[in-house]
Write a protein that binds this ligand. Structure first.
Ligand code: DGJ
Length: 728
């Protein structure tokens, strides 16, 4: 039983394999958060958590003789004795923003129900999964809130979401409707976030908490390059392998906020959900609003265990596509090889050359449609440019298939160029506000996906494209953020709904297309990793991690991304040198050792490579194919952090612990130093591992407790080594 209700104490005990999460309905009214952490058993008493009485400058609820300020709550309201970040805030027709939704009933059931209109994790038959719904009712303002908790017992994951339903006759305006609120009784934590920019996404940043509000957010219409919808609190001195971590990740791709507030009693409130900045939602009689799902993971063995919980759960119970557990094809993408400058002959030449190297999928990137020869036109005109591809997409796909390669194509369906037939015909179909000029990003505007007719148009046009040729893979790009946020279709009173309605529209389009074309492997992209989030992962099992393909920069990007997202979800390509983003020259070896950890491929013109380089690449692809299952689906361990110094190391271990692949990277060379050892992780101490590269066998215990000797490195900057361990 994953969820137990102790009626005598009004306590819900949510139990996964190793964790407990405990809620108590205090005074039959208030859902209080009593505990989240390592699994508890036996007779439990948390009465000390419920503090009654008065204190200086404190406001109290007279009939209960308590202040909500001192009660750790599950979903705090606004306007009462709690002054922290509320879980929700509702403006009523009489002008009041004060609400008081109290416990009314609950349900416990097996499995999990879907979230209407939103991506979310799911249970499969025979999973040990139970859900709890707690209804809170406000009888004055006439609304109901349903808090949903699902325990994925074997995954050690708890998911939460909230739904607000207008049960009365009057309009309500939601001013905030977060997904979770979590109260901790102290503030002895560090806050972890994944932050960055274009070209250096998801760098790990940490800070100590201080009294007041610390917050990350996106206001750009996409989860963004700048902040990721992930937040964690760790106990001081937590590292990769020891210490407690409490983490939350939002299954959402738009504006979000994640905040941590430390109050004057040094208590901590973590909140996560849709950003309430520039958000409101008019809820008419009978309507409901579903907040996105948050995925909670607790680890008492450091960050690495937290990551492994997320990796497995996302691979197996979030990604919906049939490709979730399939090895990903080695691809060659022509973007950095040709940019917009190609024709059919050139593409076929590149693909033929790639096929000889062992590549399995050719991906045609931007520039195949409309009159697109640079980034100033044609987004929206999703028909082939016959000057470049005289035999159409299907003719090209056939030629690629004849070479023994699968064929993939790039699209950017959410956008429109002002210089396009689509915009000339439907200039009101864009995100904009009245009487003000539209700002442009990369010379483009954003289609208003909050509108049904826009969604349907895109579904139809893309269905025709995908059905009209033998397309095995689609790269779904998105290259600008929102400005002048408004919809020509929405009433003035609903304009603040635009950004969320856009995301709901996007999800509808993705739901339709991915269900209609289940055999297409979709990869999501947003100028690289500008929308690398669980919402997109639900529809598309992999994401282009970053436009920055430099092998050294990628260490930090992939290291940070791996905090939450599985290796199989990260698009990782080898590109030409000098690197196009920063001009750095690294060896093919270094580039491969970094790119191996992901959905591996190349992003260059292989016809320009020398004979020697081609031989190296052939060997790389052969090696990767033999390691692919292990790398993409094994347990990933971070060993040395590139954020901490001049080195990086990570490894992946098979489920049965009989195989592992380890890589070590040294960024800048140093004179007259000895390379040390790296202590490995995840191996079986009782097994003997043969290491091909060293022609030696080491016991698992030696590799774990004494370490793997790194050995001599090449005397050059950006050097790396990797080792394949096997129990023979
Ligand atoms: C941005 C993407 O991140 C690149 O990989 C490439 O597809 C370009 N867009 C094409 O315009």
């Amino acid at each position: 039983m994953a969820i137990e209700f102790k009626q005598d104490k009004n306590i819900f005990h949510l139990k996964s394999k190793n964790t407990s999460y405990i809620i108590k309905i205090v005074n039959d009214k208030y859902p209080a958060h009593l505990y989240w952490g390592k699994k508890l058993s036996g007779s439990l008493d948390f009465e000390d958590k419920i503090i009654y009485g008065d204190r200086p400058v404190m406001t109290v609820i007279k009939e209960d003789n308590l202040s909500l300020e001192l009660l750790p709550q599950e979903y705090p309201a606004y306007g009462n004795t709690d002054y922290g970040v509320p879980g929700y805030k509702i403006l009523q027709e009489n002008g009041s923003r004060t609400t008081n939704a109290l416990y009314s009933e609950h349900r416990i059931y097996k499995d999990k129900t879907e979230l209407t209109g939103l991506p979310a994790s799911y249970a499969e038959a025979d999973d040990n999964v139970e859900s709890l719904e707690i209804d809170l009712v406000d009888q004055t303002a006439d609304f109901k809130i349903t808090l949903t908790y699902t325990v994925f017992a074997d995954y050690d994951i708890i998911t939460r979401s909230a739904k607000i339903i207008n049960t009365g006759q009057k309009n309500l305006r939601l001013q905030s409707a977060l997904s979770i609120s979590l109260d901790f009784e102290d503030s002895d934590f560090e806050m972890l976030q994944l932050s960055g920019a274009w070209g250096r996404e998801r760098h790990l940043k940490t800070r100590s908490l201080v009294q007041g509000l610390q917050q990350i957010e996106s206001k750009r219409g996409a989860s963004s390059h700048y902040q990721n919808p992930f937040i964690a609190l760790s106990r001081p001195n937590t590292d990769e392998f020891q210490g407690e971590v409490y983490a939350a990740n939002l299954v959402y791709s738009g504006n979000f906020k994640a905040s941590v507030e430390v109050n004057h009693y040094e208590r901590t409130r973590l909140s996560l959900g849709i950003n309430d900045f520039d958000f409101s939602w008019l809820l008419e009689a009978g309507e409901e609003f579903q907040a996105p799902e948050a995925v909670l993971a607790y680890s008492d063995q450091g960050l690495n265990q937290m990551s492994q919980l997320y990796h497995k759960f996302y691979r197996e119970r979030l990604v919906k596509s049939k490709f979730k557990d399939q090895e990903r094809p080695v691809l060659l993408n022509n973007w950095e090889g040709t940019y917009f400058d190609f024709n059919e002959d050139k593409i076929v030449e590149i693909a033929a050359s790639a096929a000889e190297l062992g590549v399995e999928l050719f991906v045609l990137d931007d520039g195949w449609f409309g009159r697109r020869n640079d980034d100033t036109s044609s987004l929206g005109d999703w028909y082939v440019n016959k000057n470049k591809l005289p035999n159409g997409v299907s003719g090209l796909a056939e030629k690629i298939n004849d070479l023994g390669l699968a064929f993939g194509i790039w699209v950017e369906p959410e956008m429109v160029s002002p210089d396009s037939d689509l915009y000339r015909e439907h200039s009101d179909w864009v995100i904009e506000v009245p009487d003000r000029p539209n700002s442009e990003g990369r010379n483009q505007l954003i289609l208003d996906f909050s509108r049904r007719e826009v969604q349907d148009y895109i579904i139809d046009v893309l269905s025709e494209l995908f059905a009209g040729a033998n397309i095995s893979y689609v790269k779904w790009d998105m290259n600008r953020n929102m400005t002048e946020i408004g919809s020509n279709k929405l009433a003035a009173a609903r304009q603040e709904e635009t950004a969320h309605r856009y995301i709901l529209g996007l999800y509808r389009v993705l739901e339709k297309l991915t269900s209609k074309f289940p055999d297409i492997l979709f990869e999501s992209c947003a100028s690289g990793g500008g929308r690398f989030d669980p919402g997109m992962l639900y529809y598309m099992p992999q994401t282009w991690t970053s436009d920055d393909t430099d092998a050294v920069e990628r260490l930090k990007i992939q290291y940070g991304t791996s905090l939450v997202y599985p290796v199989s979800a990260m698009g990782t390509h080898i590109s030409a040198v000098p690197n196009h983003q920063l001009g750095r020259i690294t060896s093919l070896d270094m580039r491969a050792n970094t790119a191996y950890y992901g959905a591996f491929g190349y992003e260059l013109d292989p016809t320009e490579m020398s004979f020697k380089e081609r031989e190296i690449v052939k060997a790389q692809i052969k090696k990767f194919k033999s390691l692919r299952n292990l790398i993409q689906f094994g347990d990933f361990y971070r060993l040395l952090s590139p954020f901490a110094g001049n080195e990086c190391a990570w490894m992946t271990v098979s489920d049965d612990q009989k195989e592992a692949f380890v890589s070590y990277y040294k960024i800048l060379a140093e004179a007259n130093v000895f390379s040390g050892k790296i202590k490995l992780q995840g191996l079986n101490p009782d097994y003997d591992y043969q290491i091909k590269e060293l022609n030696k066998t080491f016991s698992g215990s030696q590799l774990l407790y004494s370490g793997l000797p790194i050995g001599e490195l090449k005397q050059e900057d950006f050097s790396s080594k990797s080792w394949h361990l096997q129990v023979i």
